[in-house]
Design a protein around this ligand. Structure first.
Ligand SMILES: Nc1ncnc2c1ncn2[C@@H]1O[C@H](COP(=O)(O)OP(=O)(O)O)[C@@H](O)[C@H]1O
Ligand SMILES: [Mg+2]
Length: 332
């Protein structure tokens, strides 16, 4: 469905300082029909820029791609007809009625009035918007408005839809509801979905496969589970009598694959490839030395652990303030 090679985009900076932002630095992507792929990265990583290139809204500085079977550069119109695009901020006009927005959108794709209305009604049913046709879009809830954006992106029945940050700004309940709708798009309509997100929970909950982007480059890809298994391993926390903690730490350090070992008071923390395998082993080893465990905890690695291992930064932290720093670095 998508095959991109070496996609790149530079922006000339406006204003006094001039200079250049290298927003996307050579991205390869492969997305198969029927996949639900999450494009995960912090703000400023280059997600929107990549998406705008793939949807023909922005010309790549370098690189090639076919999208929905059409060449991005040679046949942009073919690409546009076969994809849907839901922009980061959405696209409905506040003073328009829901049904009118859907009809207008269909007409933009050269659908007949009757077809556009019929398809709009069908999408309203699928996306839980039935009965809202006469409402002004500005009176919709955040979740309803986001579902309307998606309906507008699907009006011409594309086989591939791009969603840019679909759940940003929604409350937890509306987000969960939107995720369910996105899953159903794929499960019931067979639509291929490529979505960007900077939310770890969204990437984790929704994607079959994740492509992680940082600073314009792809740093990893795989299923959420494979990514977690590959890079960090499980976190283990074991409490022992503080008097024997040094001996316990030495014992833990000998477990196969144990790493990132640290000791705080009577608690030792480390990572191992499989916590459920390591714990009984450690328990036996400590037992043999007459050391009793007072507490134990295993947590599966999170996607934030993955991002941290890959980039040396936590994605949560990368969200706070590094955007500007990165841009300055780009220009320098
Ligand atoms: N039109 C533009 N002109 C100049 N810089 C831009 C433009 N669009 C995006 N950028 C810069 O490119 C980088 C990537 O932006 P973007 O693709 O929007 O990231 P993301 O969607 O991952 O948050 C950022 O540093 C951003 O400021
Ligand atoms: Mg963006």
């Amino acid at each position: 469905m998508i095959r991109a090679r070496g996609l790149e985009r530079r922006f000339r900076r406006k204003g006094r300082n001039g200079g250049e932002v290298h927003a996307v630095k050579g991205v390869d992507l492969d997305v198969e029909a029927g996949e639900l792929v999450g494009f995960l990265g912090p703000n400023g990583a280059g997600k929107t820029t990549t998406l705008r290139m793939l949807t023909t809204l922005l010309k790549p500085t370098a690189g090639t791609a076919t999208v929905g079977g059409h060449d991005l550069l040679a046949d942009p119109r073919g690409v546009r007809e076969h994809i849907g695009y839901v922009a980061q901020g959405g696209g409905s006009a506040p003073e328009s009625k829901v049904a009118d927005e859907l009809e207008l959108q269909g007409r933009l794709y050269r659908m007949s009035k009757a077809d556009a209305i019929a398809r709009g009604t069908e999408l309203c049913e699928q996306l839980d918007l039935t009965g809202l046709g006469r409402r002004l879009t500005k009176t919709l809830s955040g979740g309803q408005r986001r579902r309307l954006d998606i309906a507008m992106g699907l009006i011409h029945s594309p086989g591939l839809v791009f969603l840019d940050e679909p759940s940003t700004g929604l409350d937890p309940q509306s987000r969960a509801n939107l995720w369910e709708h996105i899953r159903r798009l794929r499960a019931e309509q067979g639509v291929t979905v490529f979505l960007t997100t900077h939310y770890l929970d969204e990437a984790d909950a929704l994607s079959d496969r994740l492509i992680v982007i940082d600073d314009g480059r792809i740093v990893a890809e795989g299923t959420p589970d494979a990514l977690k298994a590959r890079v960090s391993g499980d976190g283990v926390e074991v409490g022992v009598d503080p008097a024997s903690v040094a001996e316990a730490a030495e014992t833990a350090g000998r477990l196969p694959g144990a790493h990132e070992l640290s000791v705080t008071g009577g608690v030792l923390r480390f990572r191992v490839p499989r916590g459920d395998v390591a714990l009984p082993e450690l328990l036996r080893a400590l037992d043999g030395r007459g050391i009793a465990m007072t507490s134990m905890q295993v947590h599966r690695p999170t996607l934030d652990d993955v991002f941290l291992t890959l980039t040396g930064r936590s994605l949560r932290e990368a969200e706070q303030g590094t955007h500007t720093a990165k841009e300055t670095a780009d220009v320098a």
